[in-house]
Design a protein around this ligand. Structure first.
Ligand code: NAD
Length: 335
């Protein structure tokens, strides 16, 4: 596979966004979000998604100069209109607002309508974690998730993200779609020419498919957990909870009110998103130490296969991937 320098990917993405009218600072922020996805191994949400963002900017579905504004607020909450701006523009505004409220009131809960695809939900949760808060982020999406017993999709892949700081520089990051996988991972399988594992996708006939192209065209993903027999209804329930936060609360479109593969001319995706920051200092002293103890305890559990150690959610796997990416480049620059 050809390799491209990270800074070159960043420049390319930024300039593509700028070419559609996105201001430089916003293009830089959005490119950073996408680059982090590639660096941490989530190829479904990096450069792979650029074409999709550019298309939405060109058709006017996304407003390149869209600016979020507060519609209603209390000390701990805010309702925001994202102004149909880029996901990173809305995400930065809302999470920074949630952090400000958490600083002043212990918690900040911000719900936005009028947003666009904001990439990795974990990026936003981590923004709060890096400031010392528990961060959570949710977004609804398009009707790709097939509720248990249904033949048609209705809910989004609706990801859930939670991050928290632990002592000693450690942290936890849970960042997952409520579908078995994100649709971007099906696209990656198409590029790789590989079949889908069981429990990922349903064909148009209502049966499980292993063909990534059939799955992509069908636009039907199983909920997290797969079919009913393997507890897929729990993923359905998590996605439903996400929908309550993201669309019922914010007034954005529900996932089932939006086509998944295109936006109709003149229409905005009007995604709903929620950003939460919580100050752990408002609760029992020693949060960071106790969390660090949990993380270390899990990592030290005896593995079934000694070559595959138990990982703390997300952080370990992605840190490893980011380090490998960096090292590969440093070695290439040296040779
Ligand atoms: N914006 C959107 O509309 C949208 C929709 C869906 C997904 N996404 C994003 O796509 C990305 C990928 O989602 P996904 O559901 O495919 O994630 P995934 O299945 O790759 O990972 C899910 C979680 O499990 C953790 N994990 C994986 N292996 C582990 C192990 N062995 N031990 C412990 N933890 C482990 C990961 O670190 C992660 O926190 C996420 O960043 C998500 O936010 C975005």
């Amino acid at each position: 596979m050809p390799e491209v320098q990270m800074e070159e990917v960043r420049r390319f993405m930024k300039e593509c966004l700028e070419a559609t009218g996105v201001p430089g600072t916003e293009a830089t922020e959005h490119a950073a979000l996408l680059l982090q996805a590639d660096c941490t191994g989530h190829y479904s949400h990096g450069l792979n998604r650029l074409e999709f963002y550019v298309k939405d900017l060109e058709t006017g579905a996304t407003n390149p100069k869209g600016e979020p504004r507060i519609l209603k607020e209390t000390a701990a909450t805010a309702w925001v209109d994202g102004g149909d701006g880029l996901g990173a523009t809305v995400g930065n505004f809302c999470m920074d607002l949630a952090i400000k409220k958490a600083k002043e009131s212990g918690i900040g809960w911000v719900a936005a309508k009028g947003s666009n695809h904001f990439g990795m939900a974990g990026w936003w949760a981590q923004r709060a974690e890096k400031s010392g808060y528990i961060g959570m982020a949710f977004t609804n999406s398009s009707p790709l998730l097939v509720p248990t017993r249904s033949k048609d999709g209705a809910l989004g892949t609706n990801p859930i993200a939670m991050a928290a700081p632990a002592s000693g520089g450690d942290s936890i990051l849970v960042d997952m779609s409520s579908s078995a996988v994100a649709m971007g991972k099906v696209e990656v399988k198409i590029h790789e020419g590989k079949p889908l594992p069981p429990g990922w996708a349903m064909g148009p006939d209502g049966k499980m498919t292993h063909d990534p192209q059939v799955a992509f065209d069908s636009g039907r993903l199983y909920p997290l957990g797969g079919v009913e027999e393997t507890s897929g209804y729990k993923g359905y329930c998590l996605s439903a909870m996400n929908e309550v936060f993201c669309s019922s609360l914010s007034g954005a479109k529900a996932s089932h009110q939006r086509p998944w593969d295109e936006t109709r001319p003149g229409e905005h995706p009007n995604l709903g998103q929620v950003f939460v920051a919580i100050d752990p200092g408002c609760f029992a002293p020693g949060f960071g130490e106790r969390l660090a103890d949990c993380l270390q305890h899990w990592r030290n559990l005896p593995p079934v296969d000694p070559s595959l150690p138990v990982l703390a959610p997300r952080r370990d796997k992605e840190r490893q991937h980011a380090e490998e990416t960096r090292n590969r480049w440093e070695n290439r620059l040296r040779t």
